[in-house]
Design a protein around this ligand. Sequence first.
Ligand code: SF4
Length: 238
Amino acid sequence: MQQLNNQSKSHQLALLAHARLCAEYGAPFRFFSDKDPLSELVSALLSHRTKNADSHRAYQQLRAALPTWEAVRDAPTADVQTLLRPCTWPEQKAPRIQAVLREISQRCGTDAPCALDFLADLPVPEARAWLESLPGVGPKTSAATLLFSNLRIAAMPVDSHHHRVAQRLGLIGPKVDEKAAHVLLPALLPPGWSAQQLYDHHEALMYHGQKCCFFQAPACPRCVMLDHCPTGQARLNA
Ligand code: SF4
């Protein structure tokens, strides 16, 4: 295994993983969404532990029947729940989304339309804290809202694939959970990285988790990070 400078080994490893995995999966990646930040927030809440196709269908169904977020906020919860049936736990997600919309309206003034575009004017940590004080919004959802929406703000979400790859590479310890990873993993990257660079990093590690570093039986022999991966080396030598 080629040696990295010990002093900043994790930082160098993160950059090496970025370079190799971005090359492997074809970065720069196109942003998959142009939603406004509130629509992205609702979409992220729907996607929790749900297949993309199912949460997309639930989102489309909701928007078709209730085209404004004020209409979703004020609709009978049972109606929203019915519209969200394609995704998991509609009975939890319907009241949660309505509670989030009510909270946003209250904070912004009851007559104000539901919108989160003002987050673009806040420093990133403040924008994330604002979002994370909403019910059911954690660091992954706040980062996804800022980065994936048309705001394109430099914040990095860590999903389960990204988290697993980072753990196996040794970028974070085996006991670091996803919440803590949202602090530790961005700290390994250059502080001035753009939204596109953070997006590429997240997407590249996520693709690697989906296409090579599988949850069960990772395909280590064909992995471009094998020479720097302690997990892969241990599996190979077992
Ligand atoms: S060498 Fe194996 S465990 Fe390590 S990142 Fe690659 S696929 Fe995952």
